[in-house]
Design a protein around this ligand. Structure first.
Ligand SMILES: Cc1cc2nc3c(=O)[nH]c(=O)nc-3n(C[C@H](O)[C@H](O)[C@H](O)COP(=O)(O)OP(=O)(O)OC[C@H]3O[C@@H](n4cnc5c(N)ncnc54)[C@H](O)[C@@H]3O)c2cc1C
Length: 507
């Protein structure tokens, strides 16, 4: 009998999870097709002259035990940092347990993130601003906006107009490039549903009572979690290890091949075709099952079918937000905060920049994610994040100009002095964020259309056009494999992932 084969588009967390699950739980051979030469997709780790960085810091955290156990089976929890060797890669295949620290930089001051109603916050805001925030919160609590239609109304109902304007509006609009009134309230419902002033206060109270929570922190809103797992050499280390297992187990991974055609036979996918980036070689990959983690818009373009005009219109109208990170190697970062941190580097994993006029969204301090990301411990290795649109002014700047501009913004906030920048690099990531505007309102018709192809399993983040994190993306792949094993063609369990959850990346 001929061996069964599953063709998987994309070697990100979803695609690689599908491949390993198929190998370990079925007799179906996985064949992964990846357009780049990197493993991990958006969750890959970039190496630059011995320094490593994520595209955004990637916390490993899930409320789903199945995913937590999957990670810990591959990379067990490290006993402690001191016992780890400096080099040997094998021994580094562990998870570090990291404490989260992140703050908001606003009005030239640092505020805790999530914002706490502490004396420190109130002092920094000043009595006038504090009073206005309180009054506007009370107003929203007493007279909430009925039938929230957009994200602005969603925020105002939970935080009051003043607090929304102070801490939420600018960052959210920077991220999406559109006004909060033009983003559906559903985005808030999915990403920050559980977060409100009351939940923040409850969380603060619980912190006092229970100094340390369990690893899964199931009682916490996801945006409030305080510790997370992290591979010593970044998320890419995990995905490279998974790819190695897939290959060792007899699966195939075709790098530098971009899928540009999906051949159909009735309501089934028969094969995909892919082209090699450098040689132009074209190959066909026939299969019994097909997993797609490529963006839905591109997938529909690849379908060799008479896609109804109404469906094509929805898929063409899907919007994405792109992202770039400027990695800077510094002699020193001039941020000091409080007596405890007066010496050495601050402890933040990342800092949100709310300062008016500054385009950067966040600063990642990679030394604080893992010391193994930094080649020389006497240097500071940071990532300055910008949200943009492929082809816009920022995206199109030369790398050198981007590095100068990012360093200039840091200097304008007094975070570096002259001569502190030792080196820099730029990484651009298209389609980092699937957006909940554009034609998203009509998304169900696209979903129904693609769901009819019974052996086509949409998985992951852009694969489902959903704000999925690594854990959600992995879970969609695991469920698709479950469905294959159970001969289930209904895909609703995959779409249900991350509907009841809160989000992980923070607003
Ligand atoms: C700034 C930022 C911060 C984040 N922080 C976190 C975090 O802290 N924790 C967390 O868990 N998650 C985080 N995420 C989310 C995480 O990156 C994604 O959930 C995850 O990478 C999605 O996995 P995926 O496999 O679905 O897709 P991707 O990672 O996008 O991988 C898809 C792969 O498919 C390939 N591909 C696309 N089209 C084709 C084609 N036509 N042919 C062949 N290959 C193709 C791509 O090259 C890519 O390798 C963050 C994301 C961003 C943008």
């Amino acid at each position: 009998m001929q061996e069964k084969q599953a063709v998987i588009i994309g070697a990100g967390p979803a695609g690689l999870t599908a491949a390993l699950e198929l190998l370990e739980r079925t007799d179906i051979k996985p064949v992964v097709i990846e357009q780049s030469c990197h493993m991990g997709g958006i969750s890959r780790t970039i190496e630059y002259k011995g320094n490593r960085m994520d595209l955004g810091g990637h916390r490993f955290f899930s409320k789903t035990d199945r995913v937590m156990n999957w990670w810990l089976r591959l990379f067990p929890l490290a006993p402690d940092m001191q016992s780890l060797p400096a080099d040997a890669d094998e021994a580094l295949q562990v998870m570090l347990l990291r404490q989260r620290k992140s703050r908001i930089y606003y009005l030239g001051k640092f505020f805790d993130y999530p914002v706490t109603l502490s004396l420190d916050t109130l002092t920094k805001l000043g009595p006038g601003r504090t009073m206005l925030i309180l009054l506007s919160y009370l107003r929203s609590a007493i007279h909430p906006i009925k039938d929230e239609r957009n994200l602005e109304e969603f925020f105002i109902n939970r935080f009051g107009r003043r607090l929304y304007k102070t801490f939420f509006q600018s960052y959210t609009e920077k991220l999406w490039g559109v006004a909060c009134v033009d983003i559906s309230a559903e985005w808030g419902a999915q990403r920050i549903k559980g977060l409100s002033i009351m939940r923040t206060l409850q969380h603060a109270a619980r912190r006092i009572v229970h100094a340390r929570e369990d690893l899964a922190q199931k009682g916490s809103e996801t945006s409030l979690i305080e510790q997370f797992l992290y591979p010593p050499r970044g998320p890419g280390q995990m995905w490279e290890a998974v790819a190695a297992r897939v290959r060792q187990g007899g699966g195939e991974i075709w790098e530098d091949f971009r899928v540009d055609m999906v051949r159909l036979e009735g309501d089934r996918v028969a094969a995909v075709e892919a082209v090699h980036a450098a040689t132009g070689e074209r190959r066909a990959f026939p299969g019994d099952h097909f997993f797609s983690s490529m963006p839905m818009r591109e997938l529909v373009r690849c379908l060799q079918a008479d896609v109804p005009a109404s469906i094509r219109e929805v898929s063409e109208g899907l919007v994405y937000r792109d992202f770039l990170t400027v990695g800077l190697l510094l002699r020193e970062l001039n941020i000091r905060d409080g007596k405890r941190e007066a010496q050495g580097l601050v402890r933040d994993n990342w800092i949100y920049i709310q300062e008016p006029g500054v385009k950067m969204g966040r600063i990642q301090i990679f030394n604080n994610w893992s010391p193994y990301l930094v080649a020389d411990p006497d240097t500071v290795w940071i990532g300055l994040e910008y949200f943009c649109q492929e082809g816009d002014e920022l995206w199109s700047l030369e790398d050198g100009e981007l590095i100068d501009r990012a360093a200039g913004e840091l200097a304008s906030m007094g975070m570096i002095g002259p001569g502190e920048v030792l080196d820099g690099t730029v990484v651009r990531m298209p389609k980092a964020y699937p957006a909940y505007f554009g034609t998203y309102e009509r998304f169900p018709v696209l979903r129904d259309y693609l769901d009819r192809f019974e052996n086509l399993w949409l998985v992951g983040r852009n694969g489902l056009h959903k704000y999925n994190n690594q854990d959600h993306s992995m879970l969609t792949a695991m469920l698709a494999v479950d469905n294959i094993l159970e001969a289930r063609t209904d895909k609703s369990n995959i779409w249900d992932v991350n509907v009841e959850d809160e989000y992980l990346e923070s607003t």
